[in-house]
Design a protein around this ligand. Structure first.
Ligand code: FAD
Length: 304
């Protein structure tokens, strides 16, 4: 296909040694659920220049393009995704400090950032060690735990528009709310700056470890999953509602409502996206029937 050759040409002339292009890449390799068919194109992009080339290419070819972080909040269709999946690497995987402000690229992993700021004695992100996403994903989802979320520390975010323009947004323009933001109106989150508080490295690390231990004691971290399937409805815990509806342990194929935490669906090895979707449906219907509450998805769907 002509467009594939054109894309190969763009990747060949890349500005970053980290950029890597692959065709028919199984997305099960790039999601925490370990579920999903192949993407037509999977492109690890290592520089802003390369990203601009992709934006220009997608506008010419009218191909669907989606950003993936660590794939820890995605359920990908068994049929995969007909389009280009982009992951930020290279220049986007950098962290730097100016006093109490940390600058992090969209491709940096959240646990790596949490550990790094703790070692600098900066307090704020202790909650983030147990969230296996990227900084880009954290901005889109306003990821959080233990009463904190990323949004509250954000000073500025740089995004790229569908036209390849780079914009600097302040905290209020990002529209952070519970597990969402308005940043998905843009093509890509490039990087962010977070204002933290100077603390003591040992104390920050200690608190971070405590949160992490409590998390792994209560949530399944061994099996594949996409974290919490549903958002907590106002004044309720989705996990508790699911447990009260006696759904823990309900299994379809290799997908199961975790026996450890009702709001997680886990993959015991060969689960299909369709098994997970059936479980989601069953959970939503049962919770609606017994509790008269509509559970809203937290996990994003791709390729359906
Ligand atoms: C075991 C486990 C525990 C978890 N615990 C928590 C928790 O405690 N709290 C919590 O909030 N979440 C939790 N999650 C969910 C998940 O880790 C977060 O939502 C995380 O922020 C997603 O980041 P990601 O990089 O994996 O994003 P992905 O899943 O790859 O993508 C999520 C969304 O962000 C978009 N996106 C990603 N990067 C970019 C970018 N650079 N530019 C534009 N769009 C982008 C994607 O297109 C998609 O819409 C957990 C998940 C797992 C598997």
């Amino acid at each position: 296909m002509e467009w594939k050759a054109e894309l190969q040409g763009i990747a060949k002339n890349s500005h970053s040694p980290a950029s890597r292009l692959r065709f028919d890449e199984p997305l099960s390799k790039h999601t925490y659920f370990r579920i999903g068919g192949s993407a037509t194109v999977y492109y690890e992009v290592g520089s802003i220049e390369d990203l601009i080339q992709v934006v220009a290419f997608k506008s010419r070819q009218l191909l669907p393009v989606v950003l993936i972080g660590r794939g820890s909040n995605f359920l990908v269709s068994d049929n995969g995704f007909e389009g280009i999946v982009i992951r930020l690497v290279g220049d986007f995987d950098r962290i730097r400090y100016e006093g109490e402000i940390v600058y992090a690229g969209g491709g940096v992993s959240q646990p790596k950032l949490a550990k790094s700021v703790a070692s600098h004695g900066l307090s704020g992100l202790e909650f983030a060690l147990g969230i296996p996403g990227s900084v880009g994903g954290a901005m889109i989802m306003n990821a959080g735990a233990w009463g904190n979320d990323f949004g509250e520390f954000v000073e500025q975010i740089r995004v790229m528009t569908d036209q390849g323009e780079i914009l600097k947004l302040c905290h209020d323009q990002a529209g952070f709310a519970y597990r969402r933001s308005k940043l998905d109106n843009y093509f890509c989150v490039l990087d962010t700056s977070l204002r933290l508080v100077q603390g003591n490295p040992e104390e920050v690390t200690q608190l971070m470890r405590e949160y992490y231990q409590r998390k792994i004691a209560n949530q399944p971290f061994v099996e594949g999953s996409a974290g919490c399937m549903f958002k907590n409805p106002p004044n309720h815990s989705a996990g508790r509602l699911i447990e009260e509806c006696r759904l823990k342990g309900t299994r379809i194929g290799d997908a199961e409502v975790s026996t450890m935490h009702g709001n997680f669906i886990v993959n015991h090895g060969k689960a299909k996206a369709k098994d997970v979707l059936e479980l989601i449906d069953l959970i939503q219907n049962r919770v609606k029937a017994e509790k008269e509450i509509d559970l809203q998805m937290e996990v994003k769907l791709l390729g359906f």
